[in-house]
Design a protein around this ligand. Structure first.
Ligand code: A3P
Ligand code: MG
Ligand code: MG
Length: 385
């Protein structure tokens, strides 16, 4: 194995003026659903069938005196689960490329990196990330870098469990709370995309297999910057915004604990707002609709967070994070990856692991094998030239 390289992530390295990042253009879209008989890969549809429509609760997105019970139907939750997410890698995006070779050809010379939106969100928040470690995997195919992730913590816990004679783990109270919070997020999506008062639709089970994906292109870092083609799940379409072009017509839905006082507002800005901003900024979604809930999963109000105001809200409430730091890191890291990942996918798979305590991303190069190749042969065999 070749010697490792590393890349700094600390805030102080990235405080300069923000780089230019172009607003993303939508190149296409597709939908995903559950595939009976093959739970590890979702079914691909070359259409918008999974795009949901926002149903407003009032004339605008700010509503009070609601009582939406997000705990309904939790026992019937059809959860995709982490293992399925880990196994999918970039497959649906690769399928879109194969089915849209003509559109792809128009962008081919400008694309340096292909990934999911989630990787870009993770990178944007990395300078402020003190706890959530990640490992990216990257390979170079015809001078385009394919970027995905591997779940190293899962591997470590699997090794632990084989050593410890596989005792089934009992979920802790915190595990159960986390599962509830996750369910409430998906239930809120279902509620806000169903006609108000339609009890039958609210009793329908919730599944997180169905998803509408926008395929976007952005350029990070100006003229000589990094061109990125990426897939991003869009929660819903605001019919009031039609015919505004995508991605302006999409709305991101979020749930979080109600804010009661100044310290609650600071905590919201510190723990939630940066994540919300990063996720929607990178795909050009202009509006976030937040449902504020109690600890028992009842949403009592909603509020609109226009993306243009989010950095100002953060600044006015403790100034705990700065968009420019996030954007500078993303830009520098993408440049670093572009220079690093040069050996062909047939030879080398690069692993980039965030070490939060050292504030560095550590690179290792692995010889490509059937086990670590994450781009499937069906794509390699048919890929556009
Ligand atoms: P909330 O964000 O309202 O909690 P997204 O917000 O990206 O559209 O995702 C929809 C829901 O998926 C989230 O709703 C949350 O319930 C769940 N979710 C997304 N990312 C998650 C993560 N990293 N861990 C746990 N749940 C997550
Ligand atoms: Mg979503
Ligand atoms: Mg959402």
């Amino acid at each position: 194995m070749a010697p490792s390289t590393s890349f700094p992530t600390g805030v102080s390295e990235y405080t300069g003026q923000a780089p230019h990042i172009t607003k993303p253009t939508e190149l296409g879209h597709f939908s995903l659903s559950r595939q009976p008989g093959n739970p590890m890969v979702r079914r691909y549809h070359p259409d918008q069938r999974a795009l949901l429509t926002l149903h407003r609760r009032g004339p605008d997105l700010v509503t009070e005196r609601l009582d939406i019970d997000l705990t309904q139907g939790m026992d019937a939750f059809i959860d995709r689960g982490q293992a399925q997410k880990d196994a999918e890698h970039l497959y649906p995006i690769l399928r879109w490329i194969l089915e849209n070779k003509r559109t792809f050809a128009q962008y081919r010379s400008k694309v340096n990196v292909i990934c999911w939106r989630g990787r870009l969100t993770d990178l944007l928040v990395t300078p402020y990330n003190r706890k959530d470690t990640w490992t990216l995997v990257a390979c170079n195919i015809d001078d385009i870098i394919y970027l995905s992730y591997v779940n190293e913590s899962d591997k470590e816990s699997k090794m632990d469990s084989t050593l410890e004679a596989t005792v089934e783990k009992v979920p802790s109270l915190e595990d159960k709370r986390q599962t509830s919070r996750m369910y409430w997020g998906f239930k809120f999506e279902q509620v806000m995309t169903s006609p108000p008062g339609d009890e039958t639709s609210l009793q329908k089970s919730v599944s997180n297999f169905e998803s509408f994906q926008s395929v976007l292109y952005t350029k990070v870092g100006g003229y000589r910057g990094t061109g990125v083609l990426f897939g991003a799940e869009m929660d819903c379409l605001d019919p009031k915004k039609v015919p505004t072009k995508p991605p302006d017509c999409y709305v991101e839905l979020k749930t979080c604990k109600g804010i009661e006082d100044e310290s609650g507002m600071r905590s919201f800005c510190y723990h939630k707002l940066m994540q919300y901003w990063a996720q929607s900024f990178v795909c050009g979604v202009p509006t976030i609709l937040v449902g504020f809930r109690l600890d028992n999963g009842h949403v009592l109000s909603t509020d609109e967070l226009p993306m243009s105001k989010v950095p100002l809200i953060a600044q006015a409430n403790g100034d705990a994070w700065k968009p420019a730091v996030c954007q500078n890191f993303l830009n520098s890291f993408l440049q670093f990856v572009t220079v690093l990942v040069t050996e062909s996918h047939e030879q080398t798979i690069y692993k980039l692991k965030l070490d939060v305590s050292q504030q560095r991303v550590v690179v290792t190069r692995e010889e490509a094998t059937a086990q670590n190749q994450f781009v499937p042969t069906w794509y390699l065999d048919q890929r556009p030239g």
